[in-house]
Design a protein around this ligand. Structure first.
Ligand SMILES: Cc1ncc(COP(=O)(O)O)c(C=O)c1O
Length: 359
């Protein structure tokens, strides 16, 4: 008997999300020790978590179920984000909450502005929703008329990453307001907000259909613990709390996120260092002459590879223990996304680029 006959019939067609390879696996493959790898492929925070966060995780009550109402965490997030606790719901990374929004609304279609973060199309496909990709303009701006048409075609949820991954640019307030005037839930995914200083949080009171998505993965260095949150009108947050997995934020993640918020001054100082390093990355890699940076408000930079092939460059860097992100999509052909790390990571990258430069 073939157990697959009980599965949905489109199982083989579903796009697989291509996550990055675990570091140990990769280190073994290329023969470079883990601590010598410059991991610039997943927009992680290479300064890592705060010492107080490690202590909070060690002290977390791991034998007790966490609070399904997330009361202490939601209050701490509300204080940080400048909203009320009833406007906050936390999840297992923002990925969990993106999925929750789809299950909350169950639209027939979703829309986004491409190129962008792959999770919107991945989750829509799994939820069997039509996913409408509206190409961005040449400078990666939003095609507002195209997004309006997508809503007209049934997109009940519109995902906009701001700053956008992988292009690095943020949407303007005016653009977000125009999107919020549409008949749809508008998710503004602010995974990189701390690096850009821009946010749509102040629009929440004016637009009850706006959901701002945030994460501790990037600025707070907690990608491995999986904590994110959504900020929205209480009329959206309440049903999200009602239908989420009760214990979606585990005890270690809950303790870690609260400790990170309590020590945000130190963490935001590291964010400023990363922003300075991002600007150095654009400047010094751009000065090599064959990689052209796009402007970025995030903790990474998208480069056009002007000479040579992006796949070959990424593979040659990988052999030298430097990991960067390349893409298979035609709208990202011959581009590389490189995360901003610590100064020593940029040094490693520049050395390796010197060795692999096309002659
Ligand atoms: C735009 C965007 N949203 C969300 C995420 C994932 O966030 P989390 O780790 O909280 O699931 C990423 C990670 O790369 C991202 O680029």
């Amino acid at each position: 008997m073939d157990p697959r006959r009980y599965l949905r019939d489109d199982i083989d067609e579903l796009a697989h999300y291509a996550p990055v390879q675990p570091l140990e696996v990769l280190a073994a493959e290329i023969g470079v020790p883990v601590d010598e790898i410059a991991k610039l492929d997943a927009n992680e925070n290479l300064y890592g978590p705060h010492e107080a966060v490690r202590a909070a995780v060690a002290a977390a009550p791991l034998h007790i179920y966490p609070d399904p109402d997330q009361a202490a965490l939601r209050a701490a997030i509300a204080d940080y984000a400048g909203v009320r606790p009833e406007q906050v719901v936390a999840g297992t990374g923002s990925d969990d909450l993106l999925d929750l929004v789809l299950r909350l609304a169950l639209p027939t279609a979703t829309a986004t502005a491409t190129p962008t973060f792959g999770m919107y199309s991945f989750l829509s496909g799994i939820a069997r929703m039509k996913h409408i990709e509206v190409p961005r303009t040449a400078a990666y701006g939003l095609d507002l008329a195209g997004l309006r048409d997508a809503v007209g075609q049934g997109a009940g949820v519109v995902f906009i990453a701001s700053p956008n991954n992988p292009t690095g640019n943020a949407a303007s307030h005016e653009e977000i307001e125009r999107l919020c005037a549409l008949e749809a839930l508008v998710v503004v995914d602010e995974a990189y907000a701390e690096f850009s200083g821009t946010t749509a949080v102040d629009l929440l009171d004016s637009y009850p259909n706006l959901i701002v998505m945030r994460t501790f993965s990037k600025w707070a260095g907690l990608a491995g613990l999986r904590v994110g949150y959504a900020l929205a009108h209480p009329d959206l947050v309440e049903p999200m709390l009602a239908i989420k997995q009760p214990y979606n934020v585990n005890a270690a993640a809950d303790a870690a996120a609260r400790a990170a918020l309590a020590h945000r001054g130190d963490l935001l100082a590291a964010v400023r260092a990363i922003v300075a390093e991002r600007d150095r990355l654009s400047r010094e890699v751009g000065a090599l002459g064959w990689l052209q940076p796009h402007p970025s408000d995030a903790n990474f930079v998208l480069f056009d590879v002007k000479a040579g092939d992006s796949g070959e460059v990424a593979a040659a860097l990988r052999e030298r223990g430097v990991l960067v992100r390349r893409y298979d999509r035609p709208d990202l052909a011959n581009k590389l996304r490189i995360s901003a790390g610590r100064p020593q990571d940029t040094d490693r990258l520049l050395d390796a680029l010197g060795e692999v430069a096309p002659r």
